[in-house]
Design a protein around this ligand. Structure first.
Ligand SMILES: [Zn+2]
Length: 238
């Protein structure tokens, strides 16, 4: 499996890159997880838009779905339909794409499993102010989890337990006095990953106005392991 970071910022894109978007390549299959603002620019540096086999939206906040509505224009132009997995709420956001001809929309549910050739993809709900799901991809005895946006809870712990690679929301610094029911701090992401025996952790959903060194410093308080921070166009083999 090869993970490509297309965008890692949140909730605001910046001159360094898009908001959340990640392309997983497995053999000749391409799974696109979230489509933040600007993500199609970086996607097209790697492949053609029509090469995407599946789009997964972890939740329907703008910094995770913005470019879906740009992809829609292109798919209509070339008359192509692709599978799209997404939560069905908030309904006002879901209504914006649910009847589009270019998307074969499947509503995400807890413990849902999908097969794409020999690739197993499963979902479990996260904890965020709107309906949100984590994604697990398993192939050839390797396991990967993307948390989407979530705080620490039992579902997250269960889902990441023992995985080879976890890409976790660590948007906050533990020193910030922010709304604590939206995102983990980098410290919480790192501590939870260690507690759950995750083999390799990458932290994402980084605020462009926070120095990356501060994120790493916060994460290091929770873990002695090497921790990666997401960077646009970074590629990681899993
Ligand atoms: Zn969100």
């Amino acid at each position: 499996m090869k993970l490509n970071i297309l965008g890692c910022y949140g909730p605001i894109s910046c001159s360094d890159g898009p908001t959340s978007s990640y392309l997983m390549e497995v053999n000749d299959k391409k799974i696109l997880m979230d489509m933040g603002a600007g993500s199609l620019i970086n996607l097209q540096k790697i492949c053609k838009m029509e090469d995407i086999d599946m789009v997964i939206l972890s939740h329907l906040h703008a910094d995770h779905i913005n470019d879906l509505f740009i992809l829609r224009y292109y798919l209509k132009l070339i008359d192509k339909k692709i599978p799209l997995y997404a939560p069905n709420s908030p309904i006002s956001e879901f209504d914006r794409f649910k009847d589009e001809e270019c998307f074969d929309v499947k509503v995400l549910e807890d413990n849902m499993e999908v097969k794409l050739d020999d690739i197993k993809i499963s979902f479990l709900s996260a904890e965020h102010p709107v309906s949100a799901f984590m994604t697990k991809i398993e192939y050839n005895n390797k396991t990967f989890v993307y948390s989407g946006d979530s705080i620490v809870n039992n579902n997250l712990k269960t889902f990441i337990k023992g995985v080879d690679f976890a890409l976790l929301d660590g948007a906050f610094l533990s020193s910030q006095k922010l709304n604590r029911n939206t995102h983990m701090s980098s410290y919480e992401a790192a501590k939870t990953a260690v507690d759950m025996n995750v083999k390799k952790l990458m932290i994402t959903h980084l605020a462009p106005f926070i120095d990356r060194k501060e994120y790493l410093f916060d994460a290091k308080k929770g873990s002695d392991e090497e921790i990666l921070l997401a960077v646009p166009m970074l590629k990681v083999k899993i």
